[in-house]
Design a protein around this ligand. Structure first.
Ligand code: JFZ
Length: 457
């Protein structure tokens, strides 16, 4: 990111101060969370595709889709016995699974990456693991590696391949954790057993790494053990030795590359270098026929735009059925999002985070060279919108995805003051997008903002 914001602050007695703030300082100075042990400068290059990607599709597919119950947590939280939970494996057929169709749908959304559960906390692998542990190839009627054709289909379409991998394995006899109120042993009391587990899970990671070379690793469950216990640094190196460009999410006890707030929406801009909001389309990660609490396409688009405006990505989840079909409500959301992206994508993909709060009552993004501001009109806005503190001259204003050009009006510019006037733009009702309208402002040069208090300091 190499543009600068110029912040003009007019002080009392006509002392004009011009402060240049390097954007790096603005966006990158910050508490780093997932990345305490990694150096942001050394990973910046490999993170570029992720920073530009903005949208990923998350897929929670596993034996929990057979009964349509909580993924792994249902037995852990004792809503169902472990035995009955595991019986679902006999119902996992993948009989109508069409990975090419999945990849087409993902492509249609505009997403640049997809992350699939290679193994959830229940320990059931979707690939033919050689570690003598549950997998859908040997233990389920699906009888095949369901990951391979999916990753191939993504590859064909230029979509980056992500592997969700649960460090926790509540099914493994050498893993301490099991039900919410019971554990098999304490690591300190039985280091050999824990070492066997370390060897096991690291061998599984190695299998996935060598077989599919994921572009992104999405670990989960690190909270049950420390970085030392997981040998997090070793795991990171093990992955990067095979695939130096691989990106690792923040759930590796400080050895990841980016942060993953889950189902929680930031209000002020997160100070992480890179972050990704993962979110369900209804209230559940996996297939849940009883859960009809779906977000509308408008709500999903609003959340997506808000994340992007604040420098984040959205990883939007779907939960296919055991036969491999995707619930119709989820297909609908994905297609509507895709339609919107097709029209408005230039304001999203490959952009920079938008203006700091205070200039516009809605999300914004900037083009890479920061000579374009995109204004996202919240809700069903039409009529006059207002932009404050823009020092630049606007060369052109256009409704994105259309050939409609608008005429901004500058109000209240005082000749003797360096404080910019207010920009009003009238957006006609007839040019509104059904979900969210975007206005493109072409500036005379990289954006310059006035951030002062109106002439007096
Ligand atoms: C985790 C998983 O447990 C969940 O099943 C899903 O895969 C999601 C994407 O990631 O989410 C969590 C993480 C922590 C807690 C609950 C769900 N927790 O600490 O209660």
């Amino acid at each position: 990111m190499n543009f600068i914001f110029e912040l003009f602050i007019t002080l009392k007695k006509q002392v004009s101060l011009c402060i240049l703030i390097v954007a790096n300082l603005f966006f990158y100075s910050a508490t780093v969370c997932a990345q305490q042990k990694t150096n942001p400068d050394s990973i910046r290059e490999k993170m570029q595709w992720f920073a530009d990607a903005k949208l990923g599709i998350f897929i929670h597919w596993g034996i929990y889709s057979v009964n349509g119950i909580d993924e792994s947590w249902s037995f852990h939280n004792k809503k169902i016995s472990y035995e009955n939970y595991m019986k679902q494996i006999k119902g996992f057929t993948a009989s109508r699974y069409n990975p090419e169709e999945w990849a087409d749908l993902i492509k249609e959304t505009g997403a640049r990456y997809a992350v699939i559960t290679t193994k959830h906390h229940d320990g059931v692998a979707l690939w033919p693991t050689k570690q003598h542990h549950f997998n859908v190839v040997e233990n389920s009627p699906a009888k095949r590696d369901v990951l391979k054709p999916f990753y191939e289909a993504l590859d064909k379409r230029g979509i980056k391949r992500g592997a969700y991998f649960s460090l926790i394995d509540w099914s493994h006899p050498d893993y301490p954790g099991f039900l919410k109120d019971s554990s098999r042993y304490k690591v300190a009391d039985n280091p050999q057993k824990w070492q066997r587990f370390q060897h096991f899970f690291q061998s599984q990671i190695d299998e996935v790494n060598k077989a599919y070379k994921p572009d992104l690793w999405w670990f989960d469950g690190d909270w049950e053990h420390s970085a030392d216990e997981w040998q997090a640094e070793k795991v990171r190196k093990q992955i990067l030795n095979i695939h130096p460009g691989a990106i690792i999410n923040g759930r590796l006890q400080g050895y990841g590359d980016y942060d993953t707030p889950e189902q929680n929406f930031p209000v002020s801009r997160p100070k992480f270098n890179w972050w990704e909001l993962c979110m369900t389309t209804n209230n559940n990660w996996g297939f849940h026929p009883d859960d009809n609490n779906y977000k509308t396409p408008f709500e999903v688009i609003s959340i997506f735009v808000d994340a992007v405006s604040n420098g984040g990505n959205l990883l939007l989840d779907i939960g296919p059925k055991e036969d491999g079909t995707i619930p119709a409500e989820q297909v609908h959301i994905l297609k509507e999002l895709g339609k919107w992206n097709k029209k408005n994508g230039e304001a999203i993909f490959g952009t920079l985070p938008g203006l700091p709060q205070g200039h516009f009552y809605g999300p914004t993004t900037l083009s890479k060279d920061s000579t374009v501001i995109y204004l996202f009109l919240p809700g069903q806005t039409a009529g006059n919108i207002m932009l404050k503190g823009l020092v630049n001259t606007i060369k052109d204003a256009q409704v994105v995805g259309t050939d409609v050009h608008l005429k901004p009006k500058v109000v209240g510019k005082i000749s003797w003051s360096s404080v910019p006037g207010l920009v009003f733009i009238n957006v006609p009702e007839k040019d509104k997008d059904p979900y969210m309208t975007v206005i493109k402002l072409q500036l005379d040069k990289p954006v310059q903002l006035y951030r002062g208090q109106g002439g007096l300091n």
